[in-house]
Design a binder for this molecule. Structure first.
Ligand code: ZN
Length: 219
């Protein structure tokens, strides 16, 4: 359960999973290259991201793969996607979380917004923390590659216990499969006829002063 590791030693750089600076620099250039595909007609603020993934041995995805993403804006504004989340969505939809949901395959993400340094927004920090609370964040400022840890950018992040959640889901699924559907009494259905509104059978009084057959009255 990688979510539990977000406590003490997760902030230490240089863990065995952290790639070297050259690799992180290459990752940044992959983000910069992806940036040209950004769809940002409203803000004109193009962002590219590159996510380095190292799935487990059983994964359907080859090892050390990079998934890129760009920001995709929307006229509703609220439906806009950030480059970081697009990169994660691409990686997850390609199957990098198979077959062991507890293993964190995400190593680092680089974010490029051109000359300006762009750090992940709050939504993306929470989104990425779901999968990789210790993710290495790579940006560039003043011509220098900058490396941070997601836990620095989002300390004490919100996490649900995935193991318990999955266990509960699995138990519920198992119960649903073993339960034989009981025969239930057919609920009584009201057969009452709707009350027919009374219709006056009286002929409308004919107007004395006009032969107009239209049912209009002039007062
Ligand atoms: Zn974002």
């Amino acid at each position: 359960m990688f979510g539990k590791k977000n406590k003490d030693d997760s902030l230490k750089p240089g863990t065995k999973k952290t790639p070297n600076l050259k690799k992180l620099e290459d990752l940044y250039y992959a983000a910069e290259d992806a940036r040209k595909h950004a769809y940002a007609p409203y803000s004109d603020f193009q962002v590219g991201a590159a996510l380095l993934v190292r799935p487990n041995e059983d994964s359907v995805v080859p090892i050390n793969k990079i998934y890129t993403g760009v920001n995709i804006e929307n006229g509703s504004y609220g439906a806009t996607l950030c480059a970081e989340r697009v990169a994660f969505a691409k990686a997850i939809s390609a199957g990098v979380l198979e077959y062991d949901i507890g293993q964190n395959p995400f190593i680092a993400i680089a974010v490029s917004a051109g000359e300006e340094e762009a750090l992940p927004c709050g939504i993306c920090r929470q989104f990425m923390s779901e999968f990789a609370p210790e993710l290495t964040i790579v940006t560039k400022a003043d011509g220098q590659i900058r490396i941070r840890n997601l836990a620095q950018l989002l300390p004490e992040s919100f996490q649900l216990n995935k193991e318990e959640t999955f266990q509960v889901q699995a138990e519920k699924a198992a119960q649903a499969q073993t339960q034989v559907p009981e025969e239930t009494e057919t609920p009584e259905v009201s057969v009452e006829e709707p009350a027919v509104p009374e219709i006056s059978a009286e002929e409308p009084a004919e107007a004395e002063t006009t032969e107009n057959t239209e049912n209009t009255e002039i007062q």
